[in-house]
Design a binder for this molecule. Structure first.
Ligand SMILES: *Cc1c(COP(=O)(O)O)cnc(C)c1O
Length: 366
């Protein structure tokens, strides 16, 4: 007789999938160390140290009473505002639950089972994860430490074999390096018509270099990823969007999870988009902090276009642990394949010097 329980029930074979490991939260670390969370400086997740735009916070309060409704008008309003911001048509803006959600939607829209994708190494862990969920196989191109992690069309093409999607991160996490626009264009030009060059501009607000947006006017094989998690300080709301060519923008309606961005996120995103002073202050502080870290940290650093700086510190695991005991949380880059390096998020004008001072003390002890 068969058991009534479905004892053979199991998820599909997920052995090729690695779990995503987020940096630990302030509360967790504070509890472990027996410290007050407010006394910690958390510079490990590239969050905005100024917090969200006050206008976004107000929008969230004002919207709280309406969360029993689906975000129909709010979704449309935010999409239209972003379309205007980029001078594109609304269907070309693919709202999603974070930039991560954009990666999933592009995977759903473009990847057939068995397709291949090309990701950077070191690189953002969710590219291969998302592609694998959609049945794709992963190939990698190298950013070489010896070449200052320089990004050129040529180095990507060296690993190119007609993959369906090439992920380019510019500014790149965790190294801070950038691929100049003419190189991105050359890459799109040199690859098959069926290959999408996805330019991840999650840190696009922090660089002086132009966005790859202009390539989308004349090409149907370049798309962008942008997010409200970094410069706009809305990481907790999970709001990002893709910017895609008009030719296949309509695919969004066939692949998106209904109401991809939630009501609070849509209202907060719209308010944050209009809060120019908050964005300006955020970007100015990042510029200042990048330079401060590079000038005052007693360790070699790399140039960065993002809101973080990569530094070479020797035993990165030990440096990270020791700094954490002093209340300064930075990211050990061993999991990125960069053992010996830490990534320091740009903090405020108060927290950045404190973090650098603590790290210098830890480095001097060794
Ligand atoms: C932070 C980040 C994203 C997007 O993160 P979301 O919070 O999902 O918007 C995308 N790419 C890179 C490289 C990032 O660092």
């Amino acid at each position: 007789m068969r058991h009534l329980f479905a004892q053979d029930m199991e998820p599909r074979d997920l052995s090729a999938h690695v779990p995503y490991r987020a940096g630990r939260g302030v509360e967790e670390v504070a509890r472990d160390l027996g410290l007050d969370p407010d006394s910690l400086v958390k510079l490990s997740s590239n969050e905005n140290p100024h917090g969200p735009s006050p206008a976004a916070v107000e929008a969230i309060h004002e919207t709280a009473d309406s969360v029993h409704t689906y975000p129909k008008a709010a979704h449309t309003d935010l999409t239209e505002a972003l379309a205007e911001r980029w001078d594109l048509k609304p269907p070309q803006i693919w709202l999603a639950a974070g930039g991560d959600g954009v990666l999933d939607y592009l995977g759903r829209a473009l990847l057939d089972p068995g397709a291949r994708v090309l990701v950077p190494d070191p690189g953002f862990a969710y590219y291969p994860m998302s592609a694998r969920y959609h049945g794709a196989e992963i190939d990698q191109y190298r950013l070489e430490k010896g070449d200052e992690f320089e990004q050129t069309a040529e180095m990507v093409l060296a690993a190119y074999d007609s993959q369906r999607i090439i992920y380019v991160t510019s500014p790149h996490n965790p190294t801070g390096s950038e691929m100049p626009l003419p190189e991105i264009e050359r890459l799109a030009e040199s690859t098959d018509e069926e290959t999408l060059v996805l330019v991840d501009e999650a840190y696009g607000e922090f660089t002086d270099r132009p966005s790859a947006r202009d390539l989308i006017t004349d090409r149907d094989d370049v798309a962008l990823l942008r997010t409200f998690s970094k410069a706009y300080g809305l990481a907790g709301l999970r709001l990002g969007y893709g910017v895609v060519p008009e030719a296949w923008a309509g695919a969004y309606n066939r692949v998106n999870t209904p109401f991809a961005a939630n009501l609070l996120a849509c209202h907060a995103g719209l308010a944050a988009l209009e809060d120019k002073p908050h964005l300006r202050e955020t970007v100015e502080t990042v510029r200042w902090a990048r330079q401060y870290i590079q000038e005052h940290l007693v360790a070699p650093t790399w140039d960065s276009g993002g809101n973080f700086v990569l530094a070479s510190v020797g035993d990165s695991q030990e440096v990270t642990t020791r700094a954490q005991k002093q209340g300064v949380i930075v990211r050990d880059c061993t999991s990125f394949g960069l053992s010996g390096c830490i990534r320091i998020t740009c903090g405020t004008r108060e927290s950045t010097p404190r973090a650098v001072e603590t790290l210098n003390e830890v480095l001097a002890e060794r």
